[in-house]
Design a protein around this ligand. Structure first.
Ligand code: MG
Length: 312
């Protein structure tokens, strides 16, 4: 809306209003313009198009529209797994209980009857925006490691499975590596667990900085172990060595380390070609063996190998 400045608008949740009647669209927009960023659509096709392009928190959907009606739009929204959780409020023309029932059975979150009353619209919309925000927050928390803010193991495993499918589809190599903080138990014993947590957070910040591009993921795998994923052609050994150097460069004092006076990490990584791709578990097992090699050879080092699938 032009009445809302862009800086404010970018923080407001986005609501999509779908109604074939210009006067109704304007009435709904007027009621909601101070609470949200608004998108308007006059038919089902353009509504679905907007949903593909924009990050929408809630949809107000007219039932009766020429062409694709509201039921059909709702059905298409709910049958898309990516959008099945999206809140949809039905706008029913006449106070028809049958319409309301059908809409709710199809998965609508609520309904509003026309003619719309601004205070009711605002109240209902705000309730559903609050629910949508809570849902998003839960979703975020369920994918994030609480200590470091990196992806957690569960969300990494989903991303890894997707990346393997993508690598096979596009005939691209994929690299995966495990990173372990050297002598971390001794670090905790010497400096305490709060310092240990801060050290893990500092390592995580390095990993987050190093994995900003698409196809790159860093996650906390558990304890002081992290996992890195890099899709497409690249020099995994050079990448991992930069990670290692940057962690050493943090200069986190570690007087109990037998390796160096500062906190260091050991890494093991595999590069798999699309043709030789195996299960995520097999690739991680191999990365873990190579990590062990780095540990055995003195820590604060990187070991990388081409992945060779087991025969048979
Ligand atoms: Mg209509």
């Amino acid at each position: 809306m032009t009445s809302v400045n862009e800086a404010t608008a970018s923080r407001l949740p986005t609501v999509l209003i779908v109604d074939d009647d210009r006067v109704n669209r304007a009435a709904l927009a007027e009621a909601l313009q101070s609470d949200c960023r608004l998108l308007l659509a006059k038919d089902g096709e353009s509504a679905l198009q907007r949903l593909r392009e924009e990050d929408v928190s809630l949809v107000l959907l007219d039932i009766s529209m020429p062409g694709m009606d509201g039921y059909e739009v709702l059905h298409l929204i709910k049958s898309d797994p990516q959008r099945a959780d999206l809140g949809v409020i039905f706008i029913t023309g006449q106070a028809s209980e049958a319409d309301e029932e059908r809409g709710l059975l199809l998965g609508a979150a609520d309904y509003i009857t026309k003619p719309v009353r601004p205070t009711i619209v605002r109240a209902r919309v705000n309730i559903h925006l609050k629910l949508a925000a809570q849902r998003r927050e839960l979703e975020r928390l369920s994918r994030e490691d609480w200590l470091t803010g990196l992806a957690n193991r569960r969300s990494f495993e989903e991303a890894f499975a997707r990346a393997i499918r993508g690598a096979m589809e596009h005939d691209q190599p994929i690299g995966v590596a495990l990173l372990d903080v050297d002598h971390f138990k001794q670090f905790n014993d010497r400096y305490g667990h709060a310092e240990g947590d801060r050290a893990l957070q500092a390592v995580a910040r390095v990993l987050a900085e190093m994995t900003g591009r698409s196809g790159e993921i860093a996650a906390r795998y558990g304890g002081e172990e992290f996992v890195l994923l890099k899709s497409g052609p690249h020099d995994l050994a050079a990448f991992l060595d930069e990670v290692r150097t940057k962690v050493t460069g943090l200069g986190i004092l570690h007087e109990a380390s037998a390796t160096a006076g500062v906190l260091t990490v050991s890494l093991g990584g595999v590069v798999a070609q699309a043709a030789g791709l195996d299960t995520p578990a097999a690739l991680l097992r191999r990365a873990d063996e190579l990590l062990y090699t780095s540990k055995r050879d003195g820590r604060n080092r990187v070991t990388v190998a081409e992945y060779v699938p087991a025969a048979g």
